[in-house]
Ligand binder design. Structure first.
Ligand code: SF4
Length: 191
């Protein structure tokens, strides 16, 4: 089913109000899902969805100007970025691979970084509705990076493994994933 058709058929009232009649960028669809989940108290995204306040204003003005959005997370989620020592590295990794000239990419990076502080699968922490949405969002915004995930690694694990490899750190206990006892933690279903 096309995105536009899914949109029209979707019963979620918040999502339906948020979603533009015609989708110009697939990012609008994914952002609408995340905003709707966030407004319903789902996912781990904190106040302003993890964006800077001015980024959040820009997001609202660009796509959601007909809807009154809260600024605080309904879920009450508060993320402690002070314990996220890798935050800058993660932002830089995503920026390095981001598709140029994409309006939404800094917002997408901000929510992904915030989502990485959650304890569920990344798509759940972001408030996306399926893992395949997250995969599509990553392939769309960071095509060369996402293409490296040839073994369909869990997305959070994949991102952190890229950070380790970029720093020349090899923290894994096994020489290869195929012989690693932690294999189920890094691969397997994220549904
Ligand atoms: S499966 Fe093992 S070796 Fe592979 S990334 Fe995970 S921890 Fe590292």
């Amino acid at each position: 089913m096309s995105m536009a058709l899914q949109l029209l058929n979707n019963p979620d009232p918040v999502y339906s109000r948020l979603s533009p009649a015609l989708i110009e960028s697939p990012n609008e669809e994914w952002l609408a899902c995340m905003v709707a989940s966030w407004c319903a108290g789902q996912g781990v995204l904190p106040d302003y969805m993890g964006l800077e306040p001015d980024q959040f204003e820009h997001l609202k003005a660009a796509y959601f100007q007909d809807v009154t959005l809260p600024e605080q997370a309904i879920s009450g989620s508060q993320l402690d970025f002070s314990r996220m020592l890798e935050k800058e590295d993660l932002v830089n990794l995503l920026r390095r691979y981001s598709k140029p000239d994409t309006l939404e990419v800094e917002w997408i990076i901000a929510v992904i970084v915030a989502g990485c502080l959650g304890s569920d699968h990344l798509w759940q922490d972001l408030g996306l509705w399926t893992r395949s949405q997250l995969s599509a969002m990553l392939h769309y915004n960071f095509p060369e990076l996402a293409a490296k995930n040839t073994q369909d690694m869990k997305w959070k694990k994949f991102l952190y493994k890229q950070l380790c490899e970029a720093e020349g750190l090899y923290l894994c206990r096994a020489p290869s994933c195929n012989v690693c006892i932690d294999y189920p933690k890094c691969y397997g279903s994220e549904e």
